[in-house]
Ligand binder design. Structure first.
Ligand code: FVH
Length: 294
């Protein structure tokens, strides 16, 4: 029976809504947890639960502990870690701050230039989900770093490794946000239409949920068409879809509901049709969004 290794000490920099949830989960998992926040009072409850409050960022960022960053943006990360009295050499950072892939790659390069090891990450969950398996956290950067620290980071939820490119977690994050805002705005479009005839949001929501789930079932087959680069019209053609888009635009206009979103759908479909894809399946529209890496 091997003796349990002492749980890895963790430092959490940034105790906003998310940072507090992260520190709480590490404490619950038995990790000696040091915390720091620009506004120290946000550490009070964590200190009451056994967290150590660092007097400065320099005190929190140490080679013997895993430093988890969760701040508003990457600018704040740089501001704090480039501050006076912060020794970065030999430290290891896991940055769970939201940003884009360029910021993630730049910060990784900056960390490594200062002798630190860097893993980027994106939290696909809200604070209440942290500490449960439902909280998916995506990581990118050196596989060795991920393998070393996955057991500790597992206290936060289900950790997933995407690859060595430090920018991958941010790319998946923004791609996920594209899905989230598209589904939410589409739901709002339908809700606004139905409210013009007195159907309330709570009544429409279950129908909208069924439609979203049904569309989600098409993704694997559509992904296969995109990867193959062939879009045979098995269930409907782009021309059929574009015609129905006109109905949505006309309905919205007639009801006095904003039709900017439906007009965007139609404009992109019309461009693809003009490019000769009228008889193809809907995913042919990927070509209106951009081209893959050659
Ligand atoms: N909350 C959520 O549901 C989302 C879920 C997905 C991931 N996000 C990202 O997590 C980062 C932090 O988000 P947050 O919700 O915790 O944000 P706040 O509650 O506003 O806390 C922000 C913390 O950042 C500190 N801070 C900001 N600027 C600076 C700075 N220049 N120097 C030092 N600290 C800074 C702030 O400190 P204070 O205001 O308490 O003193 C908070 O600790 C974020 O990237 C989300 O996109 C959360």
């Amino acid at each position: 029976h091997t003796s349990r290794t002492a749980a890895t000490p963790v430092s959490v920099i940034g105790l906003g809504r998310m940072g507090q949830a992260l520190a709480d989960a590490f404490l619950k998992a038995g990790h000696p947890t040091t915390v720091w926040n620009r506004t120290p009072s946000k550490a009070d409850q964590l200190v009451a639960k056994g967290a150590a409050l660092a007097g400065s960022v320099g005190e929190a960022v140490r080679p013997d502990s895993l430093t988890v960053l969760c701040l508003t943006d990457y600018a704040a990360v740089h501001e704090l870690l480039a501050g006076d009295g912060v020794a970065l050499s030999g430290t290891t950072w896991v940055n769970l701050t939201s940003g884009d892939s360029a910021q993630a790659r730049d910060t990784a390069r900056w960390a490594e230039e200062h002798g630190a090891r860097y893993l980027d990450g994106a939290i696909m969950a809200v604070p209440p989900g942290i500490g449960t398996a439902e909280a998916v956290i995506l990581h990118s950067g050196p596989q060795a770093e991920f393998d070393t620290h996955a057991p500790t980071l597992g206290a936060l939820g289900t950790v997933t490794y995407l690859g060595a490119d430090h920018g991958l977690a941010a790319l998946y994050d923004v791609a996920g946000l594209a899905m989230m805002w598209s589904v939410l705005n589409a739901w709002l479009q339908g809700t606004a239409l139905l409210r013009t005839v007195g159907v309330d949001a709570a009544t429409y929501a279950p129908f909208a949920r069924q439609i979203a789930a049904g569309v989600a079932d098409w993704l694997p087959g559509y992904a296969e068409q995109i990867d193959r680069g062939a879009f045979p019209a098995e269930v409907s053609t782009l021309e059929t879809d574009a015609r129905a888009m006109t109905h949505l635009i006309e309905e919205s206009d007639a009801a006095g509901v904003n039709a900017e979103l439906p007009r965007l759908f139609k404009a992109m479909a019309d461009r693809a049709i003009a490019a000769g894809h009228a008889e193809k399946q809907y995913p042919v529209l990927i070509e209106e969004f951009g081209t893959p890496r050659q």
